[in-house]
Design a protein around this ligand. Sequence first.
Ligand SMILES: Nc1nc2c(ncn2[C@@H]2O[C@H](COP(=O)(O)OP(=O)(O)O)[C@@H](O)[C@H]2O)c(=O)[nH]1
Ligand SMILES: [Mg+2]
Length: 478
Amino acid sequence: MKLQRPILVGGLGLSFCLWMFQSWHHYLVLSGELSLLSLLAVGGGLWLLKQKSTKEALEQLDRTPVDRATVEGAIALAEAVVTRLAQEAENHIEVLGATSLLQEKIVQLTAELDRKEIDLAVTGGKSVGKTALIRLLKQNFSSLQFHETLPLFTEAGEERDATELEKAIASDFILFLIDGDLIDSEFQIIQQIKAANQSIMLVLNKQDQYLPDERLNVFSQLKQRLQGYVVATTAYPLPIKVRKHLEDGSVQEWLEQPAPDIQQLTSVLGEILLQQGEQLVWATTRRKALLLKAEAKDLLNGIRRDRSLQSIEQYQWIAAAAAFANPVPTLDILATAAINAQMVMDLGAIYQQKFSLAQAQTVAGTMGSLMLKLGLVELSSQAIATILKSNAVTFVAGGAVQGVSAAYLTRIAGLTLVEYFQQQEIAIDSGTVFNPEKLRQTLLSCFQQNQQISLLQGFVKQSVKRLLSSPKPGISAV
Ligand SMILES: Nc1nc2c(ncn2[C@@H]2O[C@H](COP(=O)(O)OP(=O)(O)O)[C@@H](O)[C@H]2O)c(=O)[nH]1
Ligand SMILES: [Mg+2]
């Protein structure tokens, strides 16, 4: 049995003796100056092998280490996207406010790198001892800023939990309190915090409420479920009844308030702040930079999507009119009109991805043959033909199926490109590599999204109206 973390010893229960027996070898090697006697003399709340535990705590923080250069890189990237946004937002009044706010935040980020105070969030369920623990910690750590979140897992619901979690993740370090075994919802939250690359320490409070054997049990369970670090505390022990038998045979009773015990926590926390305080601040700054970049990218994508949709509409009606005026077998639609290399270039330009005409033709060709291979052309022409018939628009002359299909496939191609470009990292200096496999996946999911009968019906109606109102031979109809 290998000791992964210190074991809380509250007395000499059976499990403790077993543990002693099984790990005697480990014990002799590790505990150096500790004599067996001093071990036997320990009372409740004492931790063994403290030195090792602190070292492990630092190793087990389970956070990708962040250095200053990495954070500066993240800020620079966010700044580039915000700058781009500011350029493209010029004619979009609706995002101007948000854009200038992001610009201000970018400036603040650089200053954040040298922040000295550390923000510590204390979170967990209701009445687990958050307030009591903070009161004690304040006496030990004057340079820390404490934030107690509202209690999680209450009737207030998951939405509030999410908000509180977001606040906690915005801090530099999280203490997550529990006062019993870890339940599933708590485990989920801890996983979310780790996924956000935020540092967390699990604090098992109210140790005074456990029997020694129970403590070990709870601990070994936690040990199995978590890779992060766990400490145990008693922030506000219940009073103990003391009874004294006097010589005259009478009995005196009174309540005594035991001292709290958060020593394990303070020593590990102290070590972490000393060794990693700067890194914690950098990690927070990096998270903020990533968030900022994502926000800016969202806004930018919104603007670009609007422009793209306008462009796609134009090309789709051009294709429709051409196919309507000059009907060809549906399978030839692609070859003649549907996927226009010029549209690829236009959309690419909106997303700062420059294509030469030859490249754009390759992309258009790839999409066309993909659509054929995946059976999208046949599927959609059949569906469109069925809708046209069932809507009794029989008066529509031959070519309607071709016209609507051409429009539809052009639209799918355009939406696919938009989706594809959006998923690319915002290209700051262009030069992105074309990824046909990604394009194939995007095409499929776009097709599926736009294949619902109700959507298609709407599209067919709109197209027919458009085709009938456009003067033949239509190319000028746009
Ligand atoms: N027995 C015991 N009770 C505790 C301990 N810590 C806090 N409490 C009690 O738990 C209750 C809730 O504590 P509080 O700090 O307000 O919890 P919060 O809701 O998480 O802020 C109070 O009655 C505290 O006295 C502890 O270590 N042992
Ligand atoms: Mg409280």
